[in-house]
Design a protein around this ligand. Structure first.
Ligand SMILES: Cc1cc2nc3c(=O)[nH]c(=O)nc-3n(C[C@H](O)[C@H](O)[C@H](O)COP(=O)(O)OP(=O)(O)OC[C@H]3O[C@@H](n4cnc5c(N)ncnc54)[C@H](O)[C@@H]3O)c2cc1C
Length: 349
């Protein structure tokens, strides 16, 4: 069964990878000159669940995504995977309340997720941390750009191939994984997708910050040194939808880092940056599943988008879900609540 995938970012290439494993024949059409030219093209990304206080569909989705990612990343070569652990600092009152509830309600067990005091956080990090933190031992970094390439290995890919009209595509089914590009298609135009621009900043390191062993989240985030730089992320601009570089964004990223991780104070030199546009839904949850509209000939159209700020994990879980819908071999067991929460049909009045 031939499946045309529109979009060669994480959402599209993850589908290709998982579909192939299910015996389907994926073909990727990407408008850009390479895979991952949009939101998925960063050198470094953090894979973390989107935390909720309660157990429920969000927890079900992101817990499943997290452990699925660990299995998949272990098998993929050349993705710069570093499961170095992640500290999420308790730097406001909301997190002080929410993070312990997450630990208790998600039930991962202390080996995988626990609260740590500032002294233990400092031992884990290798540098001084001033806050207590939520610690995820298996979290870490991966290169989204390299992940797209690895996912698409052995898959038919058409680059420089913007799809204008779905009726031009020869396939048994179609997956729309084009981020904000979905708005172009009448079949998906009703989805209330929103662009959120973001910029990451690559900065110099010092002898002290070279000791950083895990990622640190504090509203923004910083990674251990990768290829000579720390990656500092990232800005959120709901009112912008372009990927031009903004100098003030680098300053904002660096100032937020200095405010929360004091070992970085004094480091100002910017070594590079990258900006792109995230796609989100009003309820901050991915949009994944079948669209009701059928093409001529009864071909079904599926969608995987709105991966927001957690696309490394969510795109993979979305791909597993769609593979189950397309092949009748599901390697997941989603609750009805989760299926309804992901559904593109949820926005209908
Ligand atoms: C600054 C920044 C930092 C981030 N950091 C992290 C992080 O640390 N961890 C994390 O998990 N997530 C992070 N994210 C979010 C993550 O990158 C996204 O969720 C993810 O890349 C979305 O993947 P996607 O494939 O849906 O979108 P995209 O990567 O934007 O891919 C969509 C693709 O579709 C193509 N396309 C569109 N229309 C068409 C068409 N008509 N025909 C053919 N092709 C088309 C586009 O060219 C594009 O390549 C970050 C995002 C940004 C912007």
């Amino acid at each position: 069964m031939k499946i045309a995938i529109l979009g060669g970012g994480l959402a599209g290439t993850a589908c290709a990878y998982i579909f192939k494993k299910h015996g389907l024949e994926p073909v990727i059409y990407e408008a850009g000159a390479s895979l991952g030219p949009g939101a998925s093209g960063n050198r470094v990304g953090l894979y973390n669940p989107r935390f909720t206080a309660e157990k429920g569909p969000e927890e079900e989705f992101y817990s499943g995504a997290f452990f699925a990612a660990l299995e998949v990343f272990e098998r993929l070569e050349g993705i710069a995977w570093n499961p170095c652990g992640a500290l999420h600092l308790v730097n406001d009152e909301k997190k002080a309340k929410r993070f312990p509830q997450t630990v208790q309600n998600w039930g991962w067990g202390a080996d995988a997720m626990r609260m740590v005091k500032a002294a233990e956080a400092s031992e884990i990090a290798g540098i001084t941390i001033e806050y207590d933190a939520l610690y995820l031992s298996g979290s870490g970094t991966v290169s989204p750009r390299l992940l797209c390439e690895a996912y698409a290995r052995g898959v038919e890919v058409h680059l420089n191939h913007p799809v204008e009209n779905l009726s031009d595509i020869q396939a048994d089914a179609i997956v729309l994984a084009g981020g904000m590009g979905l708005a172009h298609f009448p079949e998906a135009a009703h989805l209330p997708l929103r662009a959120v621009r973001g910029q990451v900043t690559y900065i110099e390191h010092s002898a002290e910050t070279l000791k950083l062993r895990c990622t640190i989240g504090y509203g923004g985030y910083v990674t251990p040194v990768v290829e000579g730089i720390h990656c500092v992320g990232s800005t959120f601009q709901r009112w912008l939808d372009h990927s031009e570089i903004i100098g003030q964004d680098d300053l904002d990223n660096i100032m937020r880092l200095h405010a929360h991780v004091h070992a970085f104070r004094g480091l100002h030199t910017v070594e590079g940056q990258r900006a792109a546009v995230r796609t989100t839904a009003p309820d901050h949850f991915p949009v994944v599943g079948a669209l009701n509209d059928m093409l001529d000939g009864g071909r079904k159209i599926y969608v995987s988008t709105a991966h927001g700020s957690h696309g490394i994990l969510s795109s993979l879980r979305a791909a597993q879900y769609l593979a189950g819908l397309l092949s009748d071999q599901a390697d997941y067991d989603f609750s009805e609540d989760l299926k309804a929460k992901l559904s593109p049909g949820r926005f209908k009045a």
